[in-house]
Design a protein around this ligand. Structure first.
Ligand SMILES: Cc1cc2nc3c(=O)[nH]c(=O)nc-3n(C[C@H](O)[C@H](O)[C@H](O)COP(=O)(O)O)c2cc1C
Ligand code: SF4
Ligand code: SF4
Length: 266
């Protein structure tokens, strides 16, 4: 079956998931969700949407992608919400959004991987990270089977209280996301390499006198902070001592491809 996976990622977890799934399925290809969003007519028989959970819901880029997606009526549609243990109602939100566009989501799975949300304190100890990678590999086998079987009507969701509370917090914070970059700053370790500028998937960084400045159209993917080789980018005051994270099998060059938008991976 010809399968196309569309990916969005800040630190490579979602790209790693997409690659693992593509490796299991013959005829699978990966593309990054384009920026800026544009109308996409996809001919594949199956389309997968693979993305990180942001603030207990869908990142704005995923919403824009779905709003521009056009597929044939018989296309099999599935999604994987990559998260750090709290997917809440993200996949239900996606299912509802897709329904408004007559894009029926056949199944949605969530996969927990190490956290890249540095204000929560970092990705955690290495043994816990390894445990999550192992559990994710197991779950990806289930997802591959589900694609092969063309499974329908299964959407992972968090506990009801989380879905209600966190969905409310998501709605309250969603409009603030673009301006959340006000908390970023580069400390004295910055050597003006420009990687943060190049890796940003939203063209939200400008270099001014060799230092990054943020332009307030941020997606909060945290790629700039997590990929800075000097660990010079901080978010508020606490992150100076917090461990940085990106998926160990995803390289900076992969992220630079995403910043060039819809480059095909495979
Ligand atoms: C702004 C932001 C908000 C996040 N919110 C959540 C969340 O609500 N629930 C959760 O489980 N993980 C959350 N995370 C963590 C990521 O979803 C998780 O680390 C994911 O695996 C990152 O995938 P990526 O490397 O493909 O970007 C958040 C991360 C960021 C950057
Ligand atoms: S990636 Fe880091 S070191 Fe390089 S310019 Fe940006 S802040 Fe400075
Ligand atoms: S400025 Fe940083 S956090 Fe914001 S979209 Fe760009 S890379 Fe992501």
């Amino acid at each position: 079956m010809k399968t196309r996976r569309y990916v969005y990622t800040g630190t490579g977890n979602s790209l790693w998931v997409a690659r693992q799934l593509a490796a299991e399925l013959k005829g699978a290809s990966i593309a990054f969700m384009p920026y800026p969003a544009k109308d996409l007519k996809v001919q594949a028989e199956a389309v997968g949407i693979i993305f990180p959970v942001h603030i207990w819901g869908l990142p704005g880029r995923v919403i824009q992608f779905v709003n521009h997606l056009k597929v044939k009526p018989e296309t099999f549609l599935f999604a994987v919400a990559v998260n750090a243990g709290q997917p809440a109602a993200t996949l239900l939100q996606l299912q509802r959004l897709m329904a408004t566009r007559k894009l029926p989501l056949s199944f949605g799975y969530s996969i927990a991987l190490p956290s890249n949300y540095i204000p929560w304190g970092g990705p955690g100890p290495m043994d816990k990270q390894q445990k999550r990678f192992q559990e994710a590999r197991e779950k990806m086998k289930a997802i591959t089977d589900a694609v092969m079987r063309q499974e329908r009507d299964k959407v992972d969701r968090g506990p009801l209280w989380q879905n209600i509370l966190f969905s409310l917090l998501y709605r309250l914070s969603f409009r603030q996301v673009r301006k959340m970059d006000k908390k970023f700053w580069a400390d004295e370790k910055c050597n003006s390499c420009g990687i943060c500028f190049k890796v940003c998937p939203a063209a939200n960084i400008e270099m001014t006198k060799g230092k990054p400045t943020w332009l307030h159209r941020c997606e909060q993917c945290l790629a700039c902070l997590q990929w800075c080789p000097q660990e010079a980018i901080q978010y508020g005051e606490k992150t100076v001592t917090y461990q940085r994270y990106h998926h160990p099998e995803v390289m900076l060059k992969d992220m630079l491809e995403q910043a060039k938008a819809d480059t095909l991976q495979k």
